[in-house]
Ligand binder design. Structure first.
Ligand code: TNX
Length: 531
């Protein structure tokens, strides 16, 4: 049904294209975008009735007007005004026309913490939700239903600004839909992180996992151990000057993410991946000697000193200070590639560190190696294995899931945005193989890990490791167009999964990304419209 509808609208567009062959400057955008043409695919779509057209008289109504709903209305207005050129005043007056944002009210409870309903007719487009996050996600849907030229910031664009008639009722498949940014291998500024947050929000991603420490750099100020940031953060891969977030910088990231309904998940990776900390404080080393700072890309050579008491004083301070900056429930403790820590030490270490996370009121997430130790009650494991991962390792993760450990799925040969698309990709790595756009999309989080109960899966995450990436253009080239696919796997019901229609929907994002200045990879797998 969905496919037939999409095909039909494509035929319409194609027919419109033929009809205007004599006048190529005429935009072929006569029909508004179909309601099921967005990413992530909505849970349910009922098209029909007249479309709505934004006009000079359109008002944005926030009846009842909680502060948060008003703020979202302001965000929507700010998004629509530049390209439409319309005033779009925001009012708390109720009414049956315009763009209406309704928070609470009848029938919205069933939409859950993040769901929304969007109803469009000739008179109004109404977005209803039980919670502000749902309103915000509904606004992202509305945005995608309008032409990509909406995103241009070079003055008024021609329009028309039409939204197809019908109803969307939508809520996510999974509560955890994350993206990780490695700010350690290369440092990214607050503004660069905000730019990525805005891009993630378009696709209803709700977690930003920041990989804040690694061998090459410690990126967050810790008052009780100041040299971590000032010395441990003073370089990066390749020997550049690195950087770190002051606590105010970090609060600003957390605040900005929250304004886009993303929660920040901070990660301090340990006991391995800790050279920057070991270089900053000699006493953290078993031999009492600080190693030099590291600017290469090897992994697995560093370890905190498991038997020393000072190690746990250090961890207590770091986790206390970071927990205090973290409104979300999760705190990620890494735990991957601890190749310089004996298994026995690793288990001892995790037994000691997980209670510290709980003591400061947070839930620990670890890379899935944590399942080889004793995951604490309520702990979450992030699976980053791939097709070549051995059966025993997979089984260990599945067994932990059966015992109550929640899972976040980030299979490296599907969800790792730092993997090259193919052998010609100028950036990225390929230890897990090449990850084409189709490959990154074609898997089901619900059935991916054999033996793991379906309800153990909290969601998905797309990590972006930055050994080879140092600019926003680099981030975007690797994330786009694969990130929206992972976002869709996290949001959309399994029965919407369909590569042939997905690639058409993805292609339709191209003009929007062009307008936003996103440096995406024009993969030949996707039928992009000509520029
Ligand atoms: C493996 S994935 C790592 C990272 C690297 C990444 C590069 C994981 C938990 N550890 O240290 O940056 O591969 O793709």
């Amino acid at each position: 049904m969905r496919r037939r509808r999409l095909l039909f609208s494509l035929l319409l567009v194609a027919a419109a294209g033929l009809g205007t062959a004599a006048a190529p400057s005429q935009p072929a955008a006569a029909a508004p975008a179909p309601l099921d043409g967005i990413i992530p695919a909505p849970a349910s779509v009922r098209p029909g009735g007249d479309s709505y057209t934004l006009g000079a008289g359109t008002r944005i109504r926030v009846p009842g007007g909680s502060d948060e709903a008003r703020r979202i209305a302001g965000y929507l207005a700010g998004m629509l005004r530049p390209a439409t050129g319309y005033g779009l005043p925001v009012t708390t007056e109720d009414g049956r026309d315009g763009l209406v944002l309704r928070l609470g009210g009848t029938g919205t409870k069933s939409l859950g913490a993040e769901g929304y309903r969007l109803t469009s007719s000739g008179r109004a487009v109404t977005i209803s939700a039980g919670r502000p996050a749902g309103l915000f996600h509904g606004v992202q849907t509305l945005r995608q239903l309008l032409p990509g030229a909406l995103e241009k910031r070079a003055g008024q664009q021609p329009g028309p600004w039409r939204i197809a008639g019908g109803t969307i009722a939508d809520s996510p498949r999974y509560p955890y839909r994350g993206a990780m940014l490695d700010v350690s291998r290369h440092f990214f500024t607050v503004d660069q992180v905000k730019r990525y947050i805005d891009q993630l929000a378009m696709y209803k991603i709700n977690k930003l996992h920041l990989h804040l420490s690694d061998d090459q750099g410690w990126r967050i100020a810790i008052a009780s151990w100041p040299k971590l940031a000032t010395y441990g953060g003073s370089t990066q891969v390749g020997g550049g000057k690195g950087g770190y977030y002051t606590k105010d910088d970090y609060r600003e990231i957390v605040r900005y993410a929250a304004s886009r309904y993303l929660t920040v998940v901070p990660e301090i990776d340990m006991p391995g991946h800790t050279n920057a900390a070991l270089a900053s404080y000699a006493e953290l080393n078993c031999n009492g000697q600080a190693p030099p700072l590291y600017t290469g890309t090897n992994v697995g050579f560093s370890s905190l000193c498991v038997p020393k008491k000072v190690t746990y004083d250090f961890i207590d301070d770091v986790i206390r200070e970071i927990a205090a900056l973290t409104p979300g429930r999760y705190l990620h403790i890494g735990g991957d590639e601890a190749h310089s820590t004996s298994h026995e030490d690793y288990v001892t270490f995790m037994d000691k560190v997980q209670p510290v996370v709980a003591k400061y009121g947070k839930t620990a997430i670890g890379w899935h190696q944590l399942t080889g130790a004793h995951p604490a009650k309520g702990a979450v494991a992030q699976y980053w294995g791939y097709d070549a991962t051995g059966a025993a390792e997979r089984q260990q993760v599945a067994d932990a899931a059966q015992n109550g450990t929640g899972l976040i799925l980030s299979p490296a040969d599907r969800a790792y945005l730092d993997m090259k698309y193919d052998k010609n990709t100028p950036l990225g790595l390929h230890w897990a193989g090449y990850v084409s756009v189709q490959r990154s999309y074609e898997w089901d989080p619900g059935t991916y890990l054999n033996g793991a109960p379906e309800d153990s899966v909290l969601g998905v995450e797309a990590p972006l490791w930055s050994e080879t990436l140092s600019t926003s253009a680099h981030i975007e080239y690797m994330a786009f167009p694969r990130l929206p696919g992972i976002a869709e796997l996290g949001w959309s019901p399994a029965n919407t999964h369909d590569w042939p229609s997905y690639r058409e929907r993805l292609a339709a994002q191209g003009p929007r990304w062009d307008a936003l200045g996103i440096n995406y990879y024009r993969s030949p797998e996707v039928p992009w419209p000509a520029k």
